[in-house]
Design a binder for this molecule. Structure first.
Ligand SMILES: Cc1cc2nc3c(=O)[nH]c(=O)nc-3n(C[C@H](O)[C@H](O)[C@H](O)COP(=O)(O)OP(=O)(O)OC[C@H]3O[C@@H](n4cnc5c(N)ncnc54)[C@H](O)[C@@H]3O)c2cc1C
Length: 390
């Protein structure tokens, strides 16, 4: 069993690390200042400029197939790079990517939706959640009724990331009530904003600003069906599956960076005539954080490895997201505790991380849903205790 990185893997990871340190982290103070005035941390133009700079270093489309100009990196490498991205709280990600399910588009749709999304000329959003259907995604009600060559969409989606900025939305709608959501009764549609859906921002405790999308008799031509009629829910689950190892990968970077800050503070801050790091209470918080961080790292990398082996990654990814999300929340909480009153101020970014990482336990499958998946796999015998080593 080899836990090391090859020279090439290390070089790709380290160059990404340098890029984040040199080009992105210097923007942190300005991002905090803007966000605290209620503005966006990074304007669209600034993000595009950063992405273009990264492209010059070869970082473009981490998971995008080479035929579309991407790096087509294995999931494991993508995970390692997302950990580097997670080290900064600047809302940055490498460019050249599109939603994984846009590759189910036909050639004409690829030209209209996939390629401009990869290039960054169009912004997409993905919508399955509704006011009455979150964890229970199979309870969606937004309907699509066929009318001649068109489909007419009615209903509401909620909590949609990028929903207020998107040029088009990938919407999962009910097309056949009789068949039901799990029985092939849903379909995914590519719906331009110009077709008439409206969005309303939802303010949150973090910097995420998802939106509600309102579909009021929105007419969509049949040529905008993504994949097959009846394939909507399946595509939706594929979209969500990708985040389940990438989200904790980024969280790992945040936890590492924050723990580094806590160690530095513990080595400099003095109380009662000695460094606070000389107290066992502080030492244990640091030790527990490091252990949990490492445990999360290997769960995440195993989930990514499972994707690369073409094995079903669901079980491993659920464990990575459940544990990684809990880990980063516990680590940031300890980092704040170690910083005392300073940790609670807005002079440091810890409170920002504290608010931001809470989301990880909620979106793209709550903690409870991950537990449901993990336990059901075991109870029904789909997975053995010990996974692929069993
Ligand atoms: C910032 C943000 C961005 C998002 N982005 C997107 C997006 O881009 N696209 C999209 O489609 N959705 C998005 N979502 C929606 C997100 O995936 C849902 O909020 C999430 O799945 C939970 O659904 P819910 O909010 O309806 O909670 P509910 O399903 O109502 O759950 C409420 C609570 O009950 C628990 N619970 C529910 N059922 C059970 C059960 N059977 N057993 C035990 N506990 C249970 C849940 O775990 C949770 O703790 C986003 C959400 C947020 C907050």
């Amino acid at each position: 069993m080899d836990f090391s990185l090859s020279d090439e893997e290390r070089a790709i990871r380290d160059t990404a690390r340098q890029f984040i340190a040199k080009e992105v982290m210097p923007l942190e103070a300005e991002v905090l200042r803007r966000e605290r005035k209620g503005q966006k941390g990074l304007e669209r133009g600034e993000l595009v400029e950063l992405r273009q700079k990264a492209k010059k270093f070869g970082y473009w489309g981490l998971g995008t197939p080479e035929q579309y100009g991407g790096m087509e990196l294995p999931a494991l490498m993508q995970s390692l790079i997302w950990t580097e991205v997670g080290r900064t709280y600047v809302p940055f990600s490498f460019g050249g990517e599109a939603d994984n399910i846009l590759y189910y588009a036909n050639e004409e749709q690829k030209r209209e939706f996939l390629l401009p999304t990869i290039e960054g000329d169009r912004i997409s959003c993905f919508a399955i959640t509704e006011p009455g259907a979150g964890s229970d995604a199979a309870n969606i009600k937004l309907s699509a009724r066929q009318d001649g060559d068109d489909w007419v969409l009615n209903g509401e989606k909620t909590f949609i990331t990028n929903g207020n900025d998107a040029d088009f939305c990938i919407v999962v709608a009910v097309t056949d009530k009789e068949k039901g959501v799990r029985g092939g009764g849903t379909t995914a549609f590519l719906v331009d904003r110009s077709m008439g859906w409206r969005s309303e921002v939802i303010e949150t405790m973090g910097d995420a600003r998802p939106a509600s999308l309102i579909f009021d008799d929105v007419r969509v031509p049949a040529r905008n069906i993504l994949g097959e009629i009846g394939q909507g829910f399946e595509l939706g689950m594929k979209w969500i599956g990708r985040g389940r190892y990438l989200i904790p990968s980024a969280a790992l970077g945040s936890a590492e960076r924050a723990l580094g800050m806590a160690i530095e503070y513990a080595n400099t801050r003095e109380t009662f005539g000695r460094k606070i790091g000389e107290n066992q209470a502080i030492q244990w918080m640091i030790a527990d954080s490091e252990v949990e961080l490492e445990a999360a790292r290997w769960l995440i990398l195993r989930a990514a490895w499972t994707v690369d082996q073409d094995l079903d990654p669901r079980h491993a990814s659920s464990m990575a997201k459940l544990y990684g999300g809990g880990m980063v929340n516990r680590v940031i909480d300890r980092v704040m505790q170690i910083h005392g009153g300073m940790g609670y101020t807005r002079e440091l970014p810890i409170e920002r991380w504290y608010r931001a990482v809470r989301l990880i336990r909620i979106y793209e499958g709550t903690d409870e849903m991950q537990r449901l998946i993990i336990s059901r796999d075991l109870l029904r015998g789909y997975t053995k205790i010990g996974g692929h080593l069993a």
